[in-house]
Write a protein that binds this ligand. Structure first.
Ligand SMILES: Cc1cc2nc3c(=O)[nH]c(=O)nc-3n(C[C@H](O)[C@H](O)[C@H](O)COP(=O)(O)OP(=O)(O)OC[C@H]3O[C@@H](n4cnc5c(N)ncnc54)[C@H](O)[C@@H]3O)c2cc1C
Length: 417
């Protein structure tokens, strides 16, 4: 049998759709098949907990490409179809109906799924998880008329949902086991700032408590915490993180370790199989280790990197991790990365109370991560320049808004991405 020349992408979302686009842009004239378990053409998820949830953005604005783009670029979209198996020896992907598609190169962009709350009552009606557009539509219907909302988990999605629910006039309680929100992402210092923000907006933020059960007769009516307290709830939103969808890779005996293990060009140990986006745990040359990033920009950049690598180009996925959020009047961009305990100081610069400032995470006086809150004129670029420079900074000068950020870059940039 002749070897297939088809490029198959499993996972029709941001990373997958951007990979298909990059294949065509880089001269691929072979058949491209994009397989997606969801019925929707590829769309972006950030607005599901922000503008779409609060009714400011409609569904059409979420699309990665308009629907005509796929036909115009001869990208075959197989929607509502799940890939169930990868047969590496035969170079074939099997779909849920048993159909097989041969591949020359295969890209896995299967993303991640919302973690479930495994407590008694965790599957009652009125308990929401947020990953797909229909989850957001359902949640919007549940909260738009107000009522009592309990958010389990003070991570990014939990806090964004809390802000949207307050906008709809809901009474909102957020329950979080650690002492501050966003502890893993930002550490306690800036996590504390988000706690204040939500409390100022009337959220009852209960830290230091875990949920032990949900009560209700068919439909949720209360959330029980480990101190025995019962909080009434008309709707419960579970925002306790996501887990990478690695099953296909595991069954195909590819290396999986907190995501599909890939090198800096997003290739697995099988030279014909790649992975990108949330599901990929890729070697990052800047950090000299593997990291898995569950953020929009990583999927946006990673899909095209994998596409070009599949076409035989020498390409490296080495962008700095980047994230943004919008909550009430706070708009923020963050870039960089640190392991837990991987910084020793947080330097702030500007007006924290007025929500117009920068924060920098320093290790040995070098900036390893930074964020700005509502500093849109400068944006994220100076922060990334400081990280890339690897130069020591003077924390007092860094905190002083009279010294432009660019003045901290006194010497040669030692790394150019
Ligand atoms: C509510 C929400 C808000 C977010 N907000 C932000 C934000 O503000 N900023 C930010 O940086 N990031 C944000 N993110 C994260 C960002 O959306 C993800 O990082 C991004 O969606 C990852 O894209 P992906 O293409 O890798 O995977 P996904 O978007 O997870 O898509 C994977 C797709 O693969 C499909 N699939 C899985 N298995 C199979 C299979 N076997 N066969 C066929 N198809 C399959 C899935 O159904 C899914 O459609 C948010 C995420 C959510 C859920």
């Amino acid at each position: 049998m002749a070897k297939s020349r088809t490029y198959v992408i499993v996972g029709a979302s941001l990373a997958g759709a951007k990979a298909a686009e990059a294949l065509r842009e880089n001269g691929c004239s072979e058949r491209i098949v994009l397989v997606g378990a969801e019925a929707e053409p590829p769309y972006e998820r950030p607005a599901l907990s922000k503008g779409y949830l609060s009714g400011k953005e409609d569904r059409a604005t979420l699309a990665v490409h308009d629907e005509r783009w796929y036909a115009d670029n001869a990208v075959e979209l197989l929607l509502g179809r799940r890939a169930t198996r990868v047969d590496r020896a035969a170079h074939e992907v099997e779909l849920d109906g048993g159909e097989r598609i041969g591949y020359a190169k295969l890209l896995l962009t299967t993303g991640s799924s919302a973690r479930r709350l495994h407590v008694p009552g965790g599957d009652l009606d009125g308990v929401h998880h947020l990953r797909r557009v229909e989850d957001s539509t359902r949640l919007r219907e549940a909260i738009r008329g107000g009522g009592q909302v309990v958010v389990v988990g003070a991570g990014w999605i939990g806090l964004e949902v809390a802000a949207a629910a307050r906008r709809y006039g809901c009474a909102v309680t957020v329950i979080q086991p650690s002492a501050t929100p966003l502890r893993a992402a930002l550490g306690p210092e800036m996590g504390g700032l988000f706690a204040q923000l939500h409390r100022r907006h009337g959220v009852d933020l209960r830290t230091g408590h875990g949920v032990t059960g949900l009560r209700g007769n068919g439909r949720v009516s209360a959330v029980v915490t480990d101190d025995g307290a019962e909080t009434p709830a008309d709707a419960v939103i579970v925002g306790i993180g996501a887990r990478p969808d690695t099953e296909l890779a595991e069954h195909a005996q590819l290396s999986v370790d907190n995501g599909i293990v890939v090198d800096e060009s997003l290739r697995t140990e099988d030279p014909d199989i790649y992975a990108a986006g949330d599901v990929a745990n890729s070697f990052h040359p800047w950090y000299g280790r593997r990291i898995r990033v569950e953020h929009w920009a990583n999927a946006l950049r990673g899909g095209p990197v994998a596409a070009r690598a599949m076409l035989g180009q020498r390409v490296v996925h080495d962008g700095l991790p980047y994230f943004f959020t919008d909550q009430y009047e706070l708009g923020m961009e963050f870039s960089g990365w640190f392991a837990p305990g991987g910084y020793d100081t947080v330097v702030t610069r500007g007006d924290l109370d007025g929500l117009a400032f920068h924060a920098f995470w320093l290790a040995d006086n070098r900036v390893v991560a930074g964020m700005h809150v509502n500093q849109w004129d400068e944006g994220i670029a100076p922060i990334q320049d400081l990280i890339h420079s690897r130069q020591p900074v003077d924390p007092n000068r860094l905190a002083d808004t009279a010294t432009p950020l660019a003045d901290h870059l006194t010497g040669r940039t030692v790394y150019s991405p």
